[in-house]
Design a protein around this ligand. Structure first.
Ligand code: ATP
Ligand code: MG
Length: 405
């Protein structure tokens, strides 16, 4: 779609957002003053507007970055460039998996705006899982998403010049710094940003003083800082996935950048593991609990198996790597990606328990002593994943271990 009007940056409101979408001529019947506009953003960082034609029910989404983090305010300035990264990443992802991301109708880096497909008929996966729902397509879709976006952005496929151009294009230092601090640093030190109940002090201090654990975290952090392997989504937790029974859409890639291949899968797995723990409370009826928890572990298994199978097929069909046919090269890549993903997952489990940003899965447990019990379990689990990452040789070994933990 083409747009004639160029607007200077200012935070949009329910009136001015109409000026942005008017030139798109998206709505077939309604005039501007009939459109129903709502700010629906429940996230931490950005404005999200939904605009609907009341006659046809046709709708679209306008997402705009603010020059600061919405949840904190102007005291936490944050680059507007994240909007460009988000829309460019969605467009890039759509080249290989168009059915797994929202369509981008228009973007304007100056306004820090992305206009995209309305997915209001989907629900946020975290919410659906907490309610005890299961989604049969999910594992295959996320495995397919991760394998395709990884392969097609990697040196296994791209010309080295093109790869390096993309590394530049997706350089995302401010958003990476948030991950470097909140995932890989602060939770492992006595830092102000941490947030945990005083009853966990002993368990948290154990983490802060566990030298073998800290050495592994340092290594994982260094990987995140330095290994520009593939274009990552960068924030693939269950709040970044929209689902319904027959559809999965990965949203919100504003943290996208070139990083280590295991990182996205790790965050998806870690958030399923946290939900698995929380189902001991949320799913009260034993039969339902068992079936939801089995579903979650099967989802981890099937996601990895789909990733591995899809990546292998792409490698054999399309890899331009001179060592693509050398025995063991692909297997080495998949093995270190898998093992490092386990380490990254451990960091995510820990930071979601004691760091700045928690997950509703555990925080919504109403009874304090039960919440503390499962948070202690999460810390043990996260630490074990980090320290034992290289001992896991198969996905079922991992899921069996989680089942018994
Ligand atoms: N394409 C869409 N269709 C329908 N609703 C959407 C769409 N994109 C976002 N939303 C709604 O807006 C909410 C916030 O979106 P999003 O996670 O992209 O924002 P954010 O500010 O980047 O949040 P976060 O704090 O998670 O980074 C979503 O949880 C969802 O309810
Ligand atoms: Mg976001």
């Amino acid at each position: 779609m083409s747009v004639q009007v160029k607007l200077a940056y200012e935070p949009l409101n329910e009136q001015t957002v109409l000026d942005v979408i008017k030139p798109l001529n998206f709505f077939e019947t309604a005039s501007s003053n009939e459109l129903v506009v709502q700010e629906i953003g429940d996230g931490n960082l950005n404005l999200v507007f939904r605009i609907q034609d009341p006659h046809t029910k046709q709708a679209l989404i306008v997402k705009q970055a603010l020059p600061y983090a919405k949840v904190v305010g102007e005291s936490w300035p944050l680059t507007l460039d994240r909007a460009r990264i988000e829309s460019d990443a969605l467009v890039q992802e759509a080249e290989s998996v168009p059915h797994l991301v929202p369509k981008v109708y228009y973007s304007d880096p100056q306004l820090a705006v992305t206009v995209m497909e309305d997915l209001s008929d989907h629900v946020i996966l975290r919410k659906g899982l907490i309610e005890g729902n299961t989604y049969p397509q999910l594992a295959e879709d996320i495995g397919t998403f991760a394998a395709n976006t990884a392969f097609y952005s990697s040196d296994f496929y791209l010309h080295p010049f093109e790869k390096k151009d993309r590394v530049k294009k997706f350089s995302n230092p401010e958003l990476c710094k948030i991950t470097e601090d909140l995932v890989f640093t602060d939770p492992f030190f006595n830092h102000d940003t941490n947030d945990f109940p005083s009853e966990l002090q002993k368990e948290v201090e154990k983490i802060w003083t566990d030298q073998p654990l800290l050495r592994e975290v340092a290594q994982l952090r260094f990987s995140f800082l330095t290994r520009a392997e593939i274009l990552l989504h960068g924030d693939l937790h269950t709040g970044s996935v929209f689902v319904k029974s027959d559809s999965t859409k990965v949203i919100d890639p504003e943290f996208a950048f070139y990083g280590p291949a295991g990182f996205d899968l790790a965050h998806f797995f870690a958030n399923l593991i946290l939900n698995h723990l929380s189902q001991n409370v949320h799913a009260r009826e034993p039969f339902h609990r068992e079936s939801v928890q089995s579903y979650l572990l099967q989802t981890i298994e099937k996601t990895w198996e789909t990733y591995r199978k899809t990546f292998k097929e792409l490698w054999h069909e399309k890899s331009s790597d001179p060592f693509a046919k050398t025995e063991g090269v692909l297997e080495n890549f998949l093995q270190y990606t898998f093992q490092e993903a386990i380490g990254f997952a451990g960091c995510e489990v820990i930071r979601r328990t004691i760091g700045l940003a928690h997950v509703a899965d555990l925080d919504s447990i109403k009874q304090k002593d039960i919440e503390l019990f499962y948070k202690k379990k999460a810390l043990e689990l996260g630490s074990c994943l980090i320290k034992n990452q290289r001992k896991f040789t198969s996905i079922t070994q991992l899921t069996e271990w989680i089942r018994g933990a």
